[in-house]
Design a protein around this ligand. Structure first.
Ligand code: GLC
Length: 469
């Protein structure tokens, strides 16, 4: 750990703090005067989740409390049928603090102003994650406030509603999470499913047991079991499951077909056979009818370890895969958001020829320093601290002198990203958390979830149902 780099990181984070009526309320996404701000001068819920974790681990809790209460006030509370206004329970993707007639005012964005009007499905889940981390880190029973309990219930109402498809995973449009542009991540992307799982786990802990909450607590537990079963079984890719898929039969009608989603072996990409080490594995990026997205998504896989959505052997295998493919995934700057990149015809059709997401750039397999926090957390949980140390050393060689870029480009993440902001807050906050985890592993208690016996029991019941075993 490099003291000067850490100091520089705290400066970036502290300089980004925004006040509302004299109180700290969040952090700006980036403070870079050299480029048009667009919405980078706003407090993003997902970005603040990283800042909040860094603050909590450092004992700075007020800013997190203020953020949680302000966000729950902003949460959409009315039912709208026009679908032009935010649906009940939704949390804003971001908000801006401005002065109107000399008074501090907050303007939330539920996606209606964002480029391409993307839906911030992840924001509500991140809010619950932050709430749970805050409650773990302090003695403050903030979650018991009626407004906060109601906020959690509204999110569950929105997320647990039955829809048209019959999977326990959540069906979402493209760009509904950290990858907030068109990237072929519509459907049932892993990152959202892991966040959904995290939010359900947290709600299960945070909802007080009473008559109003009982159906929500029971509903969350039930869904957690199904979700765990579904992800652990159907998203999991290791050499043996890939070989099964390679030899698998298709077009099977009926309830018990082995290739449940009718994924055609011909869709297995050439790079994958080589890339999968004998003892490694990972969760596929997406799964739906006749569709498996074989890309590796770092946030979803690492967070699955942190929240125990991955079981112990899967967690181990994911870290083995990272170790084995270190050059591809870490290279010159940790960590690629996904791997491999979309190029050529795939880039044209899946991104809509997006000039910001060209091959090996930005969300299309760029390297994002903020992901260091998840790398460190997953490594700590699986006893792979050497990987955190190596990743920190690589980052420390240049990330501060490069002025904390938002992302890096190139197959080995060597270039500072084409349109990357400097002084990107979560790049610095991610680094701080990784250092904190390395120095004080007990901090993991704030962010980690253990295997839950309840969920294992429920997943076993479901296995019996499906497999008769
Ligand atoms: C970019 C990222 C998004 C982030 C935002 C603010 O759009 O893709 O995930 O929240 O910038 O940093």
């Amino acid at each position: 750990m490099d003291k000067n780099v850490l100091e520089s990181a705290w400066k970036v984070v502290n300089d980004s703090i925004v006040n509302f009526e004299g109180e700290p309320i969040g952090t700006l996404a980036a403070c870079d005067a050299s480029i048009e701000a667009l919405n980078y001068d706003q407090v993003f819920t997902r970005d603040f989740a990283v800042s909040a974790t860094a603050f909590l681990m450092d004992g700075k809790t007020d800013i997190v409390r203020n953020f949680l209460l302000k966000s729950v006030e902003l949460q959409s509370r009315e039912k709208h049928f026009d679908c032009f206004r935010a649906g009940q329970g939704l949390m804003p993707a971001s908000f801006k603090v401005t002065k109107e007639s000399g008074k501090d005012t907050i303007i939330p964005d539920f996606g209606e102003k964002a480029i391409a009007k993307v839906a911030p499905v992840d924001a509500s889940f991140w809010w619950i994650y932050i709430l749970r981390a805050y409650v773990k880190a302090t003695d403050d029973p903030l979650h018991k406030e009626p407004l906060v309990q109601e906020g959690v219930r509204l999110i569950l109402d929105l997320a647990l509603t039955s829809r048209f498809d019959m999977f326990p995973t959540l069906l979402v449009p493209d760009g509904s999470f950290m990858i907030d542009r068109r990237m072929g991540v519509y459907g049932h992307p892993l990152d959202i499913q892991v966040l959904f799982y995290t939010a359900l786990r947290a709600s299960y802990e945070l909802l007080t047991d009473n008559e109003v909450n009982r159906p929500y607590i029971d509903g969350a537990r039930e869904r957690l079991g199904h979700l765990a079963y579904h992800i652990r079984n159907y998203y999991w890719l290791n050499f043996s499951s890939l070989n099964d898929l390679y030899r698998s039969q298709v077009e099977k009608y009926g309830e018990n077909s082995l290739n449940r989603f009718n994924v055609y072996p011909a869709t297995i990409p050439d790079w994958l056979g080589e890339w999968l080490p004998a003892d490694g594995g990972y969760f596929a990026g997406n799964l739906g009818p006749a569709r498996m997205d074989f890309r590796f998504f770092s946030a979803g896989n690492l967070m699955a370890i942190l929240v125990s959505l991955a079981d112990q052997s899967q967690s181990k295998a994911i870290m083995e895969l990272l170790r084995h493919n270190w050059e591809d995934l870490v290279g010159q700057m940790p960590l690629k958001v996904c791997y491999p990149t979309l190029q050529g015809e795939q880039w044209r059709t899946l991104t809509g020829s997006d000039p910001k997401n060209t091959a090996w750039s930005y969300q299309n397999a760029g390297g994002w320093p903020f992901l260091l926090w998840l790398l460190a957390a997953a490594a700590e949980k699986t006893d792979n601290r050497d990987l955190t140390k190596q990743a920190l050393e690589i980052a420390e060689a240049r990330v501060a002198s490069d002025q904390w870029p938002e992302y890096y480009d190139g197959p080995n993440s060597r270039f500072i990203g084409k349109e990357a902001r400097f002084n990107q807050t979560w790049s610095a906050a991610g680094y701080i958390i990784a250092c904190q985890i390395l120095e004080n592993p007990e901090m993991m208690n704030i962010i980690s979830f253990d295997e839950s016996m309840d969920i294992i029991a429920c997943a076993k019941r479901i296995a019996k149902m499906f497999e008769g075993g």
